[in-house]
Design a protein around this ligand. Structure first.
Ligand SMILES: Nc1nc2c(c(=O)[nH]1)N[C@H]1C(S)=C(S)[C@@H](COP(=O)(O)OP(=O)(O)OC[C@H]3O[C@@H](n4cnc5c(N)ncnc54)[C@H](O)[C@@H]3O)O[C@H]1N2
Ligand code: MOO
Length: 409
């Protein structure tokens, strides 16, 4: 990562040469499993036992030998002898069942020895100590095998996997109540611009209120990340430096909002160079061209464009993957959520991969994406959108009804 690039590069280059190679991760902490949703696990976890651990009935009825029911029907029922009953949470205390015998069993009960299937109570009729079976069952039918949910010694969580509710359920069922995870990163946001004012303040005609930092804070918090916001920074190098210094002391990832372009008062580049190394300065993406990628020994500093649409798209494409990487996730790059059809022709951006905000409509033919076009200086396109579709680099555009990748925001 020594070489510094000043040219605009494709998004994939940032992924391969900046994000994939980032060797910064947050510290490892122990969490109660019930508090671990969304964290990346910091160790491989193997199952110490089978789940459920016993062959289990999935219906209320009778535990049988399947072969005894073969050919059974309403007109020709199988007749079995009831030799006992299984109670919930208890092992069957009778003898293994023999051909011609069956045992009453509740949903969730442990299958008695000798039985290999269960028959639903609705398909039977009890006559004293016998039962008529009107429907045959195959071996294994209406049963969960003892290792069917989780097999002893199998891997339940791979280091770097994001913990989901299924993992939490499995871990708790296995009696594993604590888990080592990577701490969620802290992101420090520094909103900049002489023209930018606090939202609760009155503004002059030429001023704008800070939407960027508050929108990003809310978005990051929705994923449980820690966020800190610096007060507004004016367009001067000292204020930029103070802001970034604060960010480096207080967070893992520092974001400068605005001032990343080429204007005389755009100080993001020189400030990042002051504190660390700038690896890339500009990407072939629209919106979101002037993104600056920098790092110090153990922190990331990003300069994001001030234009609202560019700010949001570059956050989605670059900031979020960086956060996921730093948070220990093995799966950190964005992936399309689905393939949709575009409702109208949309031109590409010359020499840039283009992302277009769309609203999705569900029709009989599947999802149709309606573009919400507008300049990168607007915020309403993403207010009205479900996400973006992608026009790959080098493609001249999307034609009406053409399939394209959709990314949900
Ligand atoms: N000569 C060139 N000019 C520009 C180029 C270029 O290549 N050559 N690139 C354009 C592109 S593309 C973008 S994107 C913008 C990015 O500019 P900056 O990152 O330097 O951002 P600012 O100039 O600070 O602001 C742009 C725009 O966004 C508004 N803004 C800033 N902060 C906020 C905030 N917190 N909340 C809401 N809106 C904000 C700001 O008022 C400006 O209107 O550069 C083009 N120029
Ligand atoms: O690339 Mo700028 O990010 O178009 O607005």
């Amino acid at each position: 990562m020594k070489k510094r690039f000043q040219k605009f590069v494709p998004r994939t280059e940032i992924y391969e040469n900046f994000i994939d190679k980032l060797n910064i991760t947050t510290s490892v902490i122990e969490k109660h499993v019930s508090e671990s949703f969304g964290f990346a696990v910091a160790e491989d976890i193997y199952a110490p036992e089978n789940i459920p651990g016993f062959d289990k009935a999935t219906i209320d009825g009778y535990a049988v030998k399947a072969a005894d029911t073969f050919g059974a029907s309403d007109g020709n029922p199988a007749l079995l002898k009831i030799v006992g009953e299984v109670f919930m949470g208890k092992e069957y205390d009778g003898k293994p069942i023999n051909p011609g015998e069956c045992v009453k069993i509740p949903t969730g009960g442990m299958l008695p020895e000798g039985a290999d299937a269960c028959v639903m109570i609705e398909n039977t009729s009890q006559i004293g100590k016998r039962v008529e079976i009107y429907k045959s069952v195959a071996p294994g039918e209406n049963i969960i095998k003892k290792d069917e949910d989780v097999k002893k010694d199998s891997i339940v969580l791979k280091k770097g996997e994001r913990i989901n509710i299924g993992h939490i359920h499995n871990l708790m069922s296995l009696g594993i109540t604590k888990v080592k995870v990577y701490q969620k990163p802290t992101i420090c946001i520094i909103p900049t611009g002489d023209e930018v004012v606090e939202p609760e303040k009155d503004r002059k005609l030429t001023q704008i209120r800070d939407g960027n930092s508050y929108a990003l804070m809310a978005w990051l918090k929705s994923y449980g990340y820690n966020v800190k916001r610096h007060p507004l920074v004016k367009d001067n190098p000292d204020e930029f430096k103070k802001g970034v210094e604060w960010g480096l002391e207080n967070g893992d990832i520092v974001i400068i909002s605005g001032g990343s372009s080429l204007g005389a008062r755009d100080y993001a580049l020189s400030t990042i160079e002051h504190f660390g190394e700038v690896l890339y300065n500009g990407v072939q993406v629209k919106p979101g061209k002037p993104v600056i990628f920098g790092k110090t020994e153990n922190k990331v500093i990003l300069g994001l464009p001030g234009n609202p649409t560019s700010f949001v798209v570059s956050s989605y494409l670059f900031l979020f993957p960086i956060i996921r990487k730093v948070a220990g996730n093995i799966d950190y790059l964005p992936k399309p959520d689905s393939i949709v059809r575009i409702s109208t022709n949309v031109p590409a951006a010359q020499g840039r991969e283009r992302f277009v905000f769309v609203r999705l409509e569900y029709t009989e033919k599947g999802f149709i994406a309606h573009p919400i076009l507008g300049e990168s200086g607007l915020a309403s396109p993403f207010r009205m959108a479900d996400g973006v579709v992608r026009i790959p680099l080098g493609k001249e555009g999307l034609y009406k009804d053409e399939e394209c990748e959709f990314y949900r925001f």
